[in-house]
Write a protein that binds this ligand. Structure first.
Ligand SMILES: Cc1ncc(COP(=O)(O)O)c(C=O)c1O
Length: 429
């Protein structure tokens, strides 16, 4: 969560600042940069941390319980890998599936199966409903939104607060509208502003009355173990909270190793109530005879156990932290006194959310692109790519080398000053 920027300057000061920003922007253009900060991918050095995976499982192919990973079988995925992740994703191991290479794919499949077949607790298939809508806390993850758009699922934005989605609003919407079938949630180190859900948020989400009997919390725990500080944030166990509140089937938990080992060549997980797991398996078991257990074995051998995973994530943190520190330091040095921007200070995850004056985000991204700095398109953080205030920019510093991150962020700060002062000057005239 960030706060709204605020500027206080008289006309002369403003004119001088605009002049300076124009000079700095001309210098930036003169540098002929070509740098890309548009996606939050692991860097090459982060990928190298998992290089051993390329040599595993070697000539070994037997899982701990004797399963031959070369063959069909173990449709729920390898037990030893599920055991490692059960603790972090807060899912009992027998309710946790280790699946394919992408959690987004699992989210897609769950939505498709809810459309074409009845969810536990549903009176009919979503495809037979007059309207299917999901609440979308914003700013949020563009691919969640694109998925909804592609499947014809209506998106209703709700603001994200420092504690999670605005629960007063969420509760009133879901209580009144049976067309609202669920809510996207990124409970820890949310993409893009790093928000972590409070205990109260989880409790209320689990307990709130919903007009839809088949309401689902789509709990995308993509950054469950991706800490950037010593404070390893914990968020309450959503499945337990739902069960305690008498809504055992309310939450679908998703996670993956995409930003732990190899992005796109890792293992994805699904966890939920026994009824939901059986429901998903009734479809996924028809779609595929079983997951890639050789890859799962490779991951289990590499990570070893929960402590092995913790240790591995500390190595990621050592590579990521200096980049996040650089972003925050440069914003602080270049922008704090201007009052033109505020930004999130995440304790984990992959992103910083930069808030610029209303109506300026697209223009900042455009000016940055002109200077050879590719940022995530403004609007991507909102449903239908429409940020009504046009003020949020997602900053993902993981991929470029540190020196490049510094160059890009300094350039972004110049663009924020240029566009922000241009707007203020226009308003004064
Ligand atoms: C919140 C969130 N969920 C899911 C994903 C994608 O995960 P996967 O690679 O497991 O599909 C990402 C990737 O950036 C993400 O930020």
């Amino acid at each position: 969560m960030t706060t709204t920027p605020h500027v206080n300057a008289d006309a002369d000061t403003l004119a001088a600042r605009l002049e300076e920003a124009r000079r700095d922007y001309a210098d930036l253009l003169g540098k002929g940069l070509s740098l890309d900060l548009s996606r939050g991918k692991p860097s090459l050095r982060q990928l190298d941390l998992s290089a051993e995976l390329l040599r595993l499982p070697g000539d070994r192919y037997t899982a701990a319980d004797g399963t031959d990973c070369r063959n069909y079988g173990a449709p729920n995925g390898l037990l030893e890998l599920r055991e490692i992740f059960a603790e972090f994703l807060q899912v009992p191991v027998d309710q946790l599936l280790a699946a394919g290479n992408s959690s987004l794919e699992l989210m897609h499949d769950c939505l498709i199966y809810a459309l074409i077949g009845k969810l536990p607790g549903a009176t009919r298939r979503w495809a037979d409903e007059e309207r299917v809508a999901l609440l979308c806390p914003t700013p949020g993850y563009d691919r969640h939104f694109e998925l909804c758009e592609r499947l014809g699922i209506e998106m209703i934005p709700v603001p994200l607060t420092a504690e999670g989605p605005d629960l007063d609003l969420v509760e009133s919407l879901v209580a009144a509208d049976p067309g609202i079938k669920g809510i996207w949630c990124m409970p820890k180190y949310s993409n893009p502003d790093g928000t972590c859900y409070s205990d109260e948020t989880v409790r209320r989400l689990a307990a709130m009355p919903t007009a839809a009997p088949d309401f689902r919390i789509l709990w995308d725990d993509a950054y469950a173990v991706h800490h950037l500080t010593d404070e390893e944030v914990t968020v309450p166990d959503v499945l337990a909270a739902c069960a305690e509140a008498g809504n055992p089937d309310r939450a679908f938990v998703f996670g993956s190793t995409s930003k732990i080992t190899f992005a796109g060549s890792g293992v994805a997980f699904f966890g939920s109530s026994p009824a939901n797991v059986a429901w998903l398996r009734s479809y996924s078991g028809k779609r595929s005879i079983g997951p890639d257990k050789v890859n799962q074995l490779r991951h289990a051998l590499f990570l070893k156990d929960a402590d092995g995973l913790r240790e591995h994530m500390r190595r990621h943190r050592a590579l990521l932290r200096p980049k996040f520190d650089a972003v925050l330091r440069i914003f602080d040095e270049e922008l704090r006194e201007t009052g033109l921007a505020t930004w999130s200070t995440p304790k984990g995850g992959y992103f910083v959310a930069l808030n610029v004056p209303d109506g300026c985000a697209r223009e900042v991204v455009r000016r940055a692109a002109e200077a050879g700095l590719v940022l995530t398109p403004a609007g991507a953080t909102h449903p239908y790519r429409e940020d009504p205030q046009d003020n949020v920019i997602r900053i993902g510093p993981s991929y470029p080398e540190l020196a490049e991150v510094e160059q890009i962020i300094s350039g972004v700060a110049v663009c924020v000053r240029l566009v922000g002062y241009e707007k203020l000057a226009a308003e004064q005239n």
